[in-house]
Design a protein around this ligand. Structure first.
Ligand code: NIG
Ligand code: FE
Length: 422
């Protein structure tokens, strides 16, 4: 039984590489990629319809409207960045300069800089300015191969700016070829107009969550000394869950203060950061369905210890990787760079790093079966690399091997008119 026709066939690729299986990958499964070489791929109506050796795809697909020569190119699934703070205005370049001369991130935060300074800049802008900023950030990501990105609010911390940030994230996703999953990070920091975290959480529950839950798909909290402790985080997350949002937590970034047990108690999708997580936390995550989202660019940028990536994979946790793109702790939108750090600083193999920022990242965003793999039925979001070996994507630190990004079957980067050199 063949497939009568396809919109596009990419013929005779040097290789096609994709995580296999379905749903989240744990332990040894994480390294279990399908590497087909040579390979062809057929797309119809924005979705993958056939993948395999060129002769098999040829036999299955009788006719196509467009044939692309894939010789010399390697296809990978489009990257999924499951943790970004792309909805902000202004920058923190002055703070970066101070940090380069010894000031610490936590000191700057305590002195009213850090997140609070980005909150001031973001509150001062219009919704259109924010949408344009998010779009610019998404286009930077696209240039590094990201085709789906989570975008958190969290630099408004008042009703209007939080809702504006979420709407701007949605609008930016509609204006450019990166799909956006909006996340309400209402509990990012306690804004200056509130006396305590408890008071602020009560305000968010009463005034913001009902409306935010109509726009966002997920909710997040920053559990840390000087931000939110377990009791307020629990109250906020339960209200978000009741409003229909999936739960995420920023936890164990600087100190362990109960984020892992709280994530498990509430059935969160993930707990993210984990630079300070000890053996007990690793064991607890491994025996749960809560994903561990590791953000090594943030550890690098703040000169912090790296999370226990190898131990988490070996113990059987669901491990995903993301950039944590934001103006303060990780001004980095490159998942290839994150993969390099995962390999050089956390002991993951290139195969594990790839699955962690495709299939497992898609799982964190609730997109299982839709993106993150190049298998029939998945959306045709893919990258064409020009490299001798697919592992160059992690091996070549800061390297540039991306030739083309295809989104739902359409060439979208560098430009729709672009023809790859073969
Ligand atoms: O994930 N840790 C909390 N939030 C962000 C940083 C936000 C900022 O510094 O602006 C993070 O690292
Ligand atoms: Fe973050």
């Amino acid at each position: 039984m063949g497939i009568p026709n396809a919109t596009l066939v990419i013929h005779e690729l040097r290789a096609l590489v994709t995580p296999g299986g379905a749903g989240p990958l744990r332990g040894r499964e994480l390294a279990d990629l399908a590497v087909i070489s040579p390979a062809s791929l057929a797309i119809r109506d924005g979705a993958v319809v056939s993948v395999g050796r060129p002769e098999d795809v040829r036999r299955e697909v009788r006719r196509e409207s467009e044939l692309m020569d894939g010789r010399g190119l390697i296809a990978l699934p489009g990257f999924v960045d499951c943790h970004t703070h792309a909805a902000f205005l202004g920058d923190r370049v002055e703070e970066f300069d101070l940090r380069s001369r010894g000031a610490s991130y936590e000191e700057l935060h305590a002195a009213g800089g850090g997140i609070a300074s980005t909150v001031r800049a973001t509150r001062a802008g219009s919704e259109e300015e924010l949408a344009r900023a998010v779009e610019r950030h998404l286009r930077w990501m696209l240039g590094h191969g990201t085709t789906t990105a989570e975008v958190k609010s969290g630099y408004g911390l008042d009703r209007d700016t939080e809702l504006r940030s979420l709407r701007a994230a949605v609008a930016a996703g509609e204006r450019c070829p990166v799909d956006v999953v909006p996340t309400y990070l209402g509990a990012h920091s306690v804004p200056p107009e509130f006396g305590s975290a408890e008071e602020y959480v009560e305000f968010a529950i009463r005034e913001v969550i009902p409306e935010a839950a109509r726009i966002a798909r997920q909710a997040d909290v920053f559990m840390e000394r000087g931000a939110f402790e377990a009791p307020e985080a629990r109250r906020y997350l339960k209200a978000c869950r009741d409003a229909g949002l999936d739960l995420r937590l920023h936890g164990d970034q600087f100190t362990e203060r109960g984020a892992v047990p709280l994530a498990i108690e509430l059935g969160a999708r993930s707990v993210d950061h984990l630079e300070a997580t000890g053996e007990e936390g690793v064991r607890a995550l491994a025996s749960s369905d809560v994903a561990a989202v590791l953000l090594p660019a943030s550890a690098l940028f703040l000169d912090r210890p790296f999370p226990p990536g190898r131990a988490l994979v070996d113990a059987g946790a669901i491990v995903a990787l993301a950039t944590d793109f934001n103006p303060g702790s990780s001004f980095c939108e490159s998942l290839p760079l994150v993969m390099s750090l995962a390999c050089t600083r956390m002991g993951l193999s290139p195969a594990e790093a790839l699955a962690a920022c495709t299939a497992n990242a898609a799982h964190v965003l609730g997109l299982d079966g839709r993106v993150g793999r190049l298998l029939p039925g998945y959306r045709a979001d893919l990258l064409l690399l020009s490299a001798p070996d697919w592992r160059y994507v992690a091996y070549h630190l800061g390297g540039e091997h991306l030739e083309m990004v295809i989104k739902a079957g359409e060439a979208v980067w560098p430009s729709p008119m672009y023809q790859p050199a073969v």
